[in-house]
Design a protein around this ligand. Structure first.
Ligand code: PAF
Length: 282
């Protein structure tokens, strides 16, 4: 496994691979890898001749009062996990390599896709994501790029961006990976105390409740949304950031449950903000 830390070296390596007819898969990450990331890696290794995993904690997607400084890091552990998963290349640039002095260009998707859900509580977040993902695609030049469905809004925004900017890459969405008790895997789970870890199950349980209600015939999205919110607020350590019921692709708010539906949650458990979602066709 090779570790590459400059844009130039990564671009020349990808040029060489492409010139030799090799397919390249990219798994973009911010490191501190868990089984969710590794499921993306496994799929990329299956689909492509070469898998590149980028590890870059992207400062432009964090707000000023967010956890950029505290974001968990363990590069050695990440590398040994990736080595054992037969990854070919780790792209690990520094902040100055990605955003050198004088940097002035951003990529931004506008409208409903970025204004609601996480976009409302994290202004500028998706601008940072679309900017760094565009840069990573231009640097690694993959044939396929892999994203988890836990970050469902991120996936919808990136799909929109790829279509709007005619990006020549296949976007592969991958299922949410959960702990055995249902908590969606996230690098931020490590912030939780043991008491908070138990309280965090309220996210998955409220989505399971919603799924059962829909299976039993509930079609009133506004009513279901209020019920989910009440269930989460009943957990003393939880505070709802948002509960939204939206169309899976456009992210427009739904009043009735029909078609491709997504129930998306962001919940503070203590000081840790967690997201989860349920996607189903009704
Ligand atoms: O999902 C993430 O880990 C990040 O938002 C991404 C896609 C690696 C961009 O920094």
């Amino acid at each position: 496994m090779q570790v590459v830390d400059t844009v130039h070296a990564m671009q020349r390596m990808s040029d060489g691979l492409r010139a030799n007819g090799k397919t390249v898969g990219l798994v973009p990450t911010m490191g501190f890898l868990h089984e969710g990331h590794l499921s993306l890696v496994a799929q990329s290794c299956e689909d492509n001749d070469t898998t590149v995993v980028s590890i870059f904690i992207n400062p432009t997607q964090f707000g000023p009062s967010e956890d950029y400084e505290q974001y968990p890091r363990d590069f050695e552990r990440d590398c040994s996990l990736l080595q054992s998963h037969a990854v070919d290349v780790v792209f690990n640039p520094g902040v100055d390599e990605m955003y050198p002095s004088g940097y002035a260009t951003y990529v931004e998707a506008t409208g409903v896709l970025t204004e609601g859900l996480c976009g409302a509580s994290r202004p500028g977040h998706f601008r940072g994501v679309t900017t760094v993902v565009t840069k990573l695609l231009n640097i690694v030049k993959p044939h396929r790029v892999y994203f988890g469905r836990k970050d469902a809004q991120q996936l919808a925004v990136i799909r929109r961006m790829a279509a709007d900017l005619n990006l020549d890459v296949e976007i592969i969405p991958m299922p949410i990976v959960r702990e055995s008790d249902g908590l969606a895997m996230s690098s931020r789970n490590r912030y939780l105390s043991s008491e908070e870890r138990k309280a965090a199950l309220v996210l998955h349980r409220s989505l399971q409740y919603a799924e059962a209600q829909i299976a039993a015939g509930e079609r009133d999205a506004t009513k279901l949304r209020s019920e989910i919110e009440a269930r989460i607020e009943a957990e003393p350590l939880a505070r709802v950031d948002y509960v939204e019921i939206v169309h899976q692709q456009t992210l427009e708010t739904l009043r009735s449950l029909h078609g491709p539906v997504m129930i998306a949650l962001a919940v503070f458990i203590g000081r840790t903000r967690l997201i989860d979602n349920l996607q189903l066709t009704v």
